[in-house]
Structures are given as C-alpha cells and as structure tokens.
Design a protein around this ligand. Structure first.
Ligand code: AMP
Length: 409
C-alpha cells in the first residue's frame, strides 16, 4: 500500500514525501482510514512504529477542511519531550495545510506561560499538552473547548503509571461529550482496558505484535556487582571509536551524575539529562546529542520512552529497568531504520529476577558475557532465581548478599 491509496489530501502527500516517508507503516495503514471515517480507535503500539503520524495524518486531513482556528483536537501526552516532539511532527506533516498547533507543557522558566495563554485564548487547531500544565490553564477559564472534536491520549499506559488518571478525567470533564477518541498505549494492562471502556465508543482495535527489539540490535548482558559497573563501562567505551553515539540509562539522578563525571575525558564529550535540568537545558542537551556534538548521554528514565533519537550505536542499561517494557523502549533507541546497534545491560545480584522477566517478555535469552578477568569475580547468573516478597512487596531473589554501596531510588 502507498500513502496515495489512503486518500489523504494532496498537501499532506507532499509533506509526507518531504519527510521521506515512502510507504505507510502497518499502524498507519490500519488507523488512518478508520480515523478519517470518524471512528474511535484503541491502538496498542510502541514508539518506533510510526504511531504518531498514524494519528496526526488523518487529523490533519480532517482539520485541513475547516477554516476557523478554534481548538478542535487535544492530544494529551505524559512528558514535555513527547509534547514537543509531536508538535514538531505536526509542523512537519502539516507544513502545507493551514493548521496551527501548540505544545503546552510545564517546566520552563515561566516565560512561555503568557505565550501559551495567548495561543489558548485565541485558539489553535491542535493542542498537544501534558496534563498538569493544561489543567492549570483550564482552571483559569479562558480556554474554549466547545468546538473540540478529537481527544487523543498518547502513551496512555505511561500516563497512568505517572499518576495522571485523575488529571485525564478532569480534562475530559471540560470537553464536549460528542467527540472522537483515540487511545494509544504501548501496553494494554487492565487499567488501560478499563479506561478504554469508559472513554471509547465501539473502538476499532489495533494490536501490533508484542514489542521485540529490532533484529539488528545485538543484545548482551554482564553480571556485575554494583562497584564493578563504573569501571566496566569505562573499559567498554574506551578506545571504541565505532560507538559514535552512546546512551547510558541509570535509575537515579545521583548515579547519572556519577557516571557522567567518571566518563568525562578529553576524548569523550559527555552530557547528562535528568529531571534536575531546566526544560531549556534539557532541550539544549538533546539538541546537541541529536546533532552528534555530544558522544555520550547519561540519562534517567525521563528519556527512555517516546523520544525519537536515531542512530544510537550503543545503549547501556547501567541498571536493569524495573519495567520490562522500558527495556524494549531503551533498546529501541538503537538500530532504528537500517542502522544496527548494541544494547548492553549490567545486572547486579539484586536484579536477576527483573532481567529474567525481560527475557520472558521478549521471548529471548540474552547472552551473558563473562566479566573480563581483571574485574574479579562477578555474581552468578541463574535463570531460575528463587523469590520472596521483600518489605516493599516487590519480589527479589533469595539468599544473596547485597553489595554495600548499592542504593535504590
Ligand atoms: P513514532 O513511532 O511515531 O515515534 O515514529 C518513529 C519514527 O518513524 C519517527 O521518526 C517518524 O518520523 C518515522 N516515521 C513515521 N512514519 C513513517 C513512515 N511511514 N515511513 C518512514 N518513517 C516513518
């Protein structure tokens, strides 16, 4: 199938060709005709599947025939990075149509508040917003939502994980009852199904095959005690010029900071990104990383989902992500399109269970590479860890020593 067969307006076909998209992705093939036909959609799809264009294109197609700039489409997303990224895709794909959009998110220096207020007062066709900031504007009464025709929730599972359920309900309470609803989620846990039941009317359902990292990614893991991790990643990176862009994910801001400092050398351009940074600083770091002015980016979970940075050669999970789906998202930073990449995970003795769960999810056993001799003895991998519930109700493996300096968030 090609884009022309999807009956999109000529101006959109032109923008699609400028964006370099040749054929629709599976989710685009399925979603675009249904959305244009006015149907509610429930889609289980991850970043990297082309899901954003799967809802932007039909919405732009519909909006291009309406000439007033009242607010007609609301896209709610979990993070400001995603809001910015979607807004940029709207700008790109909507370049030749008369449709305005604005991203509404918090975390800046406050100067954008007035700009957001003006845009919301005068109306922009599409609002892409994070829940909290949007509600702050809604509460002040100047946002007119009576012409809203579409509500889109993107990365809905992430939003619920982040505790936005009430906020989403609140936003919905401001909207006209008759509207088209689209719900996109990387996973379909019970709570998303419940939300879908409440929100969607006779939805067209799209479930893409369970996420698995692209075939081109070489995945491997090292068993390592916590204190062995920092020297190990240093040795993994040093002298490896083929790794031109590297992302290291760690579980806490403190670790991010320590790793970034330990890797900073004249040969390494290193930057860190965590929720400690101001919005403008985060954007600057991301911009430099995308432009390949920074070789190594050390990040907390903030970055792992939703953000589309291409051509990462090496992803290192300094800690095993708690959410098995997050592993897939992180590894998905590499080997996009035709590039290939390497994804390495460091597993300490406490994280064996979490890693076993990831292997179960992706239905693949990941190669465990022995630690180089000079690092000493490593914890042993066991594919069948025994579990007990710890005080927090989380499962952990039994009868093992904890390394002394291991801290959790
Ligand atoms: P998404 O899953 O929405 O995060 O999109 C992932 C990446 O795929 C983005 O960089 C899009 O610009 C790109 N993309 C979306 N649709 C297509 C397509 N039909 N052909 C090629 N690239 C696409």
């Amino acid at each position: 199938m090609n884009f022309r067969e999807l009956n999109l307006h000529e101006s959109l076909l032109e923008a699609i060709s400028y964006m370099g998209y040749e054929t629709p992705t599976p989710i685009q093939e399925k979603a675009i005709p249904e959305i244009i036909a006015g149907r509610d959609v429930l889609a289980c799809a991850q970043t990297g599947t082309g899901k954003t264009a799967a809802f932007i294109l039909p919405i732009l197609d519909i909006l291009s025939e309406m000439n007033d700039h009242s607010i007609k489409t609301i896209v709610i997303v979990p993070t400001r990075e995603l809001a910015i990224q979607i807004d940029q895709q709207i700008q790109g794909l909507g370049y030749f149509v008369n449709v305005e959009s604005i991203a509404i998110y918090g975390g800046g220096d406050g100067s954008e508040w007035d700009q957001q207020k003006i845009a919301l007062t005068k109306g922009a066709d599409i609002i892409v917003a994070t829940p909290g900031k949007f509600i702050s504007h809604l509460n002040l009464g100047y946002v007119k939502l009576d012409k809203v025709k579409h509500l889109i929730l993107d990365e809905a599972d992430r939003m619920l994980d982040m505790g936005f359920f009430e906020d989403i309900q609140k936003i919905i309470s401001f909207l006209p009852k008759k509207r088209q609803n689209l719900l996109f989620s990387a996973t379909m846990p019970v709570k998303i199904k419940q939300l879908a039941q409440k929100l969607l009317v006779d939805p067209f359902e799209i479930a893409l095959a369970l996420s698995k990292p692209a075939e081109g990614v070489l995945q491997a893991a090292y068993m390592a005690y916590e204190e062995q991790k920092a020297p190990l990643i240093k040795s993994l990176i040093s002298g490896k010029e083929e790794y031109k862009t590297i992302i290291i994910f760690a579980s806490t801001k403190k670790k991010v900071n320590e790793i970034a400092r330990s890797l900073q050398t004249s040969a390494n351009e290193v930057a860190e990104i965590s929720s400690d940074l101001e919005q403008s600083e985060r954007e600057e770091v991301l911009g430099k990383f995308k432009a390949k002015k920074i070789r190594i980016l050390v990040a907390t979970d903030v970055l792992s989902r939703g953000i589309d940075i291409k051509d990462i050669n090496l992803v290192i999970n300094y800690d095993v992500p708690s959410d098995a789906e997050d592993y897939v998202h992180r590894v998905g930073r590499t080997a996009r399109a035709e590039t290939t990449g390497v994804a390495l995970t460091l597993i300490n003795e406490d994280d064996i269970y979490k890693f076993a769960r990831i292997e179960k999810l992706i239905e693949k056993e990941i190669m465990k590479i022995p630690l180089p001799k000079e690092f000493g003895e490593a914890p042993a991998w066991t594919s069948k860890p025994k579990y007990r519930k710890n005080q927090r109700g989380r499962k952990s493996s039994k009868g093992r020593k904890s390394s002394s300096n291991y801290r959790r968030r």
